[in-house]
Design a protein. Structure first.
Length: 208
């Protein structure tokens, strides 16, 4: 049918433009396959557009930002409304160690990114796995802080300050756990035949 041939030509043109070809439509054999890869062999898988991954990461970051902004706003409002009756919370000292671990993980992930730019895959993996270990240590340290608070009789329902502390730190721990999963995925993934390059995956995983 004439309409079918026109649609086929349009599809070929669109595929050629999106694939960055030379403008010449690929030849087809009798079975409708492409001959340009020779002998009916399957073509190499195309890399996915990295923009869609960056967009997904940006949306995830925005949702996380909004979540913590809402919690912060609620904290400020309740803190002001209950200024006279507000009872503070003595934070465990391990949280200071957690802060150092968190800052160190930021430095190591930046070091991994720079080594990847220098095409040092082995150096990248060492720094990347060190970042993963530091992230796991942070979550473990947070669990220790919760256990110390429970041992001292401070629970989530004890008072407003403890309620916000548990909710804030639990939300942050979930966020860190997701980041650890992403770090493990990039660290052990074989990117030679993947639809996304290692540099794009490392860049987007390091954002959160």
């Amino acid at each position: 049918m004439p309409g079918s041939s026109v649609l086929e030509e349009i599809e070929l043109i669109i595929e050629d433009i999106s694939g960055g070809g030379s403008g010449k439509p690929p030849e087809r054999d009798d079975d409708g396959g492409d001959d340009q890869h020779g002998g009916g062999s399957r073509p190499e898988p195309r890399r996915s557009n990295p923009r869609k991954y960056s967009t997904a990461i940006a949306l995830g970051m925005l949702s996380i930002l909004m979540f913590f902004m809402v919690l912060s706003a609620a904290f400020v409002v309740l803190r002001v409304e209950n200024l006279r009756t507000w009872s503070g919370l003595h934070l465990p000292s391990i949280l200071w160690i957690n802060t150092v671990v968190l800052v160190a993980s930021s430095l190591t992930v930046e070091g991994a990114r720079r080594r990847l730019q220098q095409d040092s895959v082995s150096g990248f993996r060492k720094m990347w796995m060190l970042t993963t270990v530091l992230g796991a240590l942070f979550v473990a340290g947070q669990a220790v802080a919760w256990l110390q608070l429970r041992a001292s009789g401070v629970f989530i329902s004890s008072r407003l300050a403890s309620s916000f502390f548990y909710v804030f730190t639990a939300g942050h721990a979930v966020h860190l756990f997701g980041g650890i999963c992403a770090l493990l995925y990039v660290g052990f993934r074989k990117f030679e035949a993947a639809r996304i390059s290692r540099s794009v995956a490392a860049r987007d995983s390091a954002y959160p």
